[in-house]
Design a protein. Structure first.
Ligand SMILES: Cc1ncc(COP(=O)(O)O)c(C=O)c1O
Lengths: 407, 266
């Protein structure tokens, strides 16, 4: 990366590092496969046929490009910055996750893998994986923490309808991190025929780079669309962070545009303090090694991982993609956190002001917009990644608002 | 020469194979694991592997996952693991001790401090599951410099080219993982691993020990016929989980050790 002092977009280096973060921290059984994946991905990346197929599916199956939408009433309501939403919640399956899944499944097909495994938290990545596997007739197994199976039941049923097998994971607290451990264990066992489709910009190299590349279409489209609409770059771009894939997807195209202020919003849960009832790895964590990479983690002083908490099942991951850790340390991106209750307020505001039911994840980004937009000039352009829709969250929200629904 | 190298040389002179046992430090308590470890040499165990508990043991099956959880619940930090080794070393200067675990707890202590604590406590080797040769600068190279053996796992997925790379900075012995999978999973077949061991032997002078899935004296015997040593973990840990008495656990280890030692290296 040091050879490219003029760009922040050249990472990772040949060892899979973004600065000190990233790398390949996996057991030896997986190493040959990971090196092979890296080769295959490098080949695919420069193969026009790969991109022809990908572009066709993105357009006709996913529905890209997703619209860039001027949120007029929200802008009026907050009386400040001009707010645009990048509508990735309109993608097939309802979130940005499918951009990445499509890419990985095409790579898996090139590698001749017949069995696809995935981990899922909110269930969006699981649904996207089950969907694309159905589309290509591949066997699909999704690991999902038991707690998440309960709080995201509509998505569990969706995955089953799509022909996937959903395996509830009971170890740990039964959330995303535990699902990822279990997926890794399955992968080590079935390494010969199995492709692990990771749902965020984490895991061992090349996953953080590969997932980012597949998601970076979000930022490239938004940049072009905003140029067309406003004739200029945004002043601020903002996205929520679980593992960090929708955020990297939006940010990557703008990293070298130094006039653009970039904000990542982590899940603050019940507040970022010693109780550790949050999932803000950068704001409240320390560097460590988990799930194949070096990155900021929620951990105790002895290096044991802390589960974290968020009202949003897609955000309660104790780690964060290594590229974010690097962008944090070099201060290119500003990372903040938002609490459960602030996200709930934003969720409701978006419903009533814009007629859009957002997922709880981007509601976190919106909550931060609510804090900063009123203090910004009227010509300040603020671009938010509306990375998922909220159908999956209505039961959680109803519970939180004390309005139990029959589920 | 390190204690590990010494042990394998002696075994070779005695024309027999090595028996290696694994238990998790602090499972279910510091006192019980100390009592077990203290009895292992007497039971015929040649090298002792001690697990460092970690919340997210990606390469371990349910038995060792649960052992780790019990150990964490009993307050086992990396410092306590090292205390355990120090206590053991007070009366045993000969039996090699190998710590096995994941990198994050080591990172949390700091690599330099960890290595110097290991030396003081009397640790001889390290197996850190999530540090492949690609990450050798993290801990492998520093520990070799500190005079510890860094033991690597070779697996059924390691081809000749890969073997070359993973044997580079390794020492002590090579731990051959007999199956693609997690600890405690399927039982290996001696026949199917013989070819792999022959290939390994073509690439290294180091002793080759086989583990993952060895559960009974019979299997230990079969494996000892084709390898230089046998490692048993989950089967012992399962007994600890059932609250088996220290005496019974040690007798079980003795049956495994005897089975292994019944095989001559000629
Ligand atoms: C809609 C939505 N947004 C965000 C996330 C968090 O993931 P990431 O940070 O990788 O975008 C999820 C994860 O499930 C999600 O479903």
């Amino acid at each position: 990366m040091n050879n490219f002092v003029n760009t922040l977009r050249a990472g990772p280096d040949e060892n899979g590092r973004f600065g000190e973060f990233g790398g390949m921290f996996v057991s030896e059984t997986l190493m040959p496969l990971i090196l092979e994946l890296n080769n295959q991905y490098e080949n695919a990346k420069t193969d026009p046929l790969f991109w022809t197929e990908m572009d066709d599916l993105l357009k006709n199956y996913v529905g890209r490009p997703s619209p860039l939408y001027f949120a007029e009433r929200l802008t009026k309501h907050l009386q400040g910055a001009k707010i645009f939403l990048k509508r990735d919640e309109l993608n097939h399956t309802g979130a940005h996750k499918i951009n990445n899944v499509l890419g990985q499944i095409l790579v898996a097909r090139r590698m001749g893998k017949s069995r696809i495994i995935a981990e899922t938290g909110a269930g969006q990545h699981g649904v996207a994986t089950a969907t694309v596997c159905a589309r290509f007739g591949l066997k699909c197994i999704v690991f999902m923490g038991k707690t998440d199976v309960e709080r995201q039941s509509p998505n569990v049923f969706r995955m089953r309808l799509l022909g996937a097998e959903v395996i509830p994971v009971t170890s740990g607290r039964g959330t995303l991190k535990d699902a990822m451990n279990e997926a890794m264990r399955d992968w080590v066992t079935n390494v010969h025929n199995t492709f692990y489709c990771i749902g965020t910009v984490a895991g061992p190299h090349p996953y953080p780079a590969m997932v980012r590349d597949f998601q970076s279409i979000i930022g490239r489209e938004a940049k072009e669309q905003l140029m067309e609409a406003e004739g200029k770059l945004p002043d601020t771009i903002i996205a929520c962070i679980g593992g960090g894939s929708n955020a990297m997807g939006l940010f990557h195209a703008f990293l070298d545009d130094h006039s653009v202020n970039i904000i990542g919003v982590e899940a603050g849960g019940m507040g970022v303090d010693d109780r550790m009832e949050h999932a803000a790895s950068l704001t409240g964590g320390r560097p460590g090694v988990l799930h194949g990479n070096r990155t900021y983690l929620l951990q105790d002083e002895f290096g044991q991982i802390i589960e974290g908490h968020s009202i949003s099942a897609g955000l309660d991951y104790p780690g964060i993609g290594p590229e974010h850790s690097w962008l944090h340390d070099i201060k290119r991106v500003d990372y903040v956190s938002v609490t459960d209750s602030e996200a709930l307020d934003a969720f409701q505001l978006c419903c009533t002001q814009e007629g859009i039911i957002p997922a709880l994840e981007p509601s976190h980004a919106l909550a931060h917009v609510m804090k900063i937009a009123p203090n910004l000039e009227k010509d300040h352009i603020l671009l938010l990644n509306m990375c998922g829709r909220g159908d999956k969250d209505i039961f959680t929200v109803a519970n939180a608002l004390g309005e139990g629904l029959d589920d | 020469m390190t204690r590990i190298e010494n042990t394998f040389r002696t075994l070779k002179e005695r024309k027999t194979k090595a028996f290696i046992s694994f238990i998790m430090a602090g499972d279910p308590t510091f006192e019980k694991s100390l009592a077990i470890i203290k009895g292992l040499p007497e039971a015929g165990v040649d090298l002792i592997e001690i697990g460092i508990p970690f919340t997210d043991p990606m390469a371990d099956g349910p038995s060792i996952q649960l052992a780790g959880q019990r150990a964490i619940a009993s307050g086992t930090t990396l410092n306590r693991v090292l205390d355990l080794v120090s206590e053991f070393r007070k009366n045993d200067k000969k039996t090699p001790i190998i710590l096995m675990g994941y990198f994050n707890p080591v990172m949390a202590m700091g690599v330099e401090k960890f290595l110097s604590n290991c030396k003081t406590a009397g640790v001889d080797g390290l197996i850190i599951v999530d540090l492949p040769p690609e990450e050798d600068q993290e801990l492998c190279i520093p520990s070799v410099k500190a005079g510890l053996n860094f033991i690597r796992l070779a697996t059924p997925t390691s081809d000749t080219k890969r073997l070359e790379k993973l044997l580079q900075n390794t020492s002590g012995f090579v731990y051959y993982v007999s199956i693609t999978g997690i600890t405690g999973a399927a039982t290996p077949e001696a026949k199917s691993i013989q070819a792999q061991i022959t290939e390994l032997k073509g690439n290294t002078e180091l002793p080759i020990c086989v583990g993952f899935g060895v559960k009974t004296p019979q299997i230990a015997k079969e494996i000892a016929k084709v390898a230089d040593g046998v490692v048993v973990g989950s089967a012992i840990v399962d007994k600890i989980a059932k609250n088996t008495s220290t005496q019974e656990i040690l007798s079980f280890c003795k049956t495994l050790a005897d089975a292994t030692h019944s095989i001559s290296s000629d």
